[in-house]
Design a protein around this ligand. Structure first.
Ligand code: PGA
Length: 256
């Protein structure tokens, strides 16, 4: 049953951070995370800080990753970063299909699927983001939108590959707004995603499903306590070590 799966909490720094600010944040997160059990912790940092992150987290249980990757392996793609380049710095995760990239960089569902496959080919775990806008929710299109986003990714992957992804459900209207989905709203979509995954194969049904969108220390426990919510993708609150660690602690509390 869902409750038995270990939890995973990943920070998404977005375009935040400077060398000087990152050092105490990473060091504090590493120290705090060392006390956790059965909770995986990760941080997805801007590309230029991968080396610093690797240096400061190498001896900790915290894993790190990037917030996007190219759909290409290498070549004349000015400005793109290949998944292999991230693995040169020990990256475990690559967020793909974040709604900010879908909206501001016009990433299509097919491109997101190609990025997920590229990540897997390079040995990086894609954290595939799915989410509906407020308009889509209000006209009852949430399941149609989420289902189509998910399908576009699964179409690109073999069953073995699909079993190695992480999914993050992030309603667009909840991101950075302070207005989280209620635990029941999030659970409903997670259960839907889980059922769609189960149609593809028993192993796929158990990939971690994270919730993201205004997760804070005071709402994390209720969200993480839902049967199909396996943890969180944390934006703003991942920039403050105390808040991020409190959210990680909430993930541990629901397991006890
Ligand atoms: P937020 O962002 O926690 O700041 O709402 C989450 C995300 O976009 O991953």
């Amino acid at each position: 049953m869902a409750r038995e799966r270990a939890k995973l909490v990943v920070g998404n720094w977005k375009m935040h951070g400077r060398i000087e600010q990152n050092a105490p944040l990473l060091t504090e997160v590493a120290a705090g995370a060392s006390a956790l059990q059965d909770v995986g912790v990760g941080v997805c940092v801007p590309f230029p800080y991968l080396a610093q992150t690797q240096a400061l987290l190498a001896d900790s249980i915290v894993r790190w990753g990037v917030q996007d990757i190219s759909a290409h392996a290498q070549g004349a793609y000015t400005g793109e970063v290949a998944a292999e380049m991230a693995t040169d710095f020990g990256a475990t995760y690559a967020i793909v299909g974040h709604s900010e990239r879908r909206a501001y960089h016009h990433e299509t569902p097919e491109l997101v699927g190609a990025k997920a496959r590229r990540a897997l080919d390079a040995g990086v775990t894609p954290i595939v983001c799915l989410g509906e806008t407020l308009d889509e929710r209000e006209c009852d299109a949430t399941e149609r939108v989420i289902g189509a986003q998910l399908e576009a990714v699964l179409l690109m992957l073999s069953e073995e590959q699909a079993a190695r992804i992480v999914i993050a459900y992030e309603p667009v209207w909840a991101i950075g707004t302070g207005k989280s989905a209620t635990a029941a709203q999030a659970q409903n979509v997670h259960a839907f995603v889980r059922s769609k995954l189960a149609e593809k194969g028993a192993t796929i049904a158990h990939v971690p499903l994270l919730y993201g969108g205004s997760v804070k220390p005071d709402n994390a426990q209720e969200l993480f306590g839902q049967a199909d919510i396996d943890g969180g993708l944390i934006g703003g609150a991942s920039l403050k070590s105390q808040d991020f660690l409190a959210i990680c602690q909430a993930a541990q509390t629901v397991l006890q």
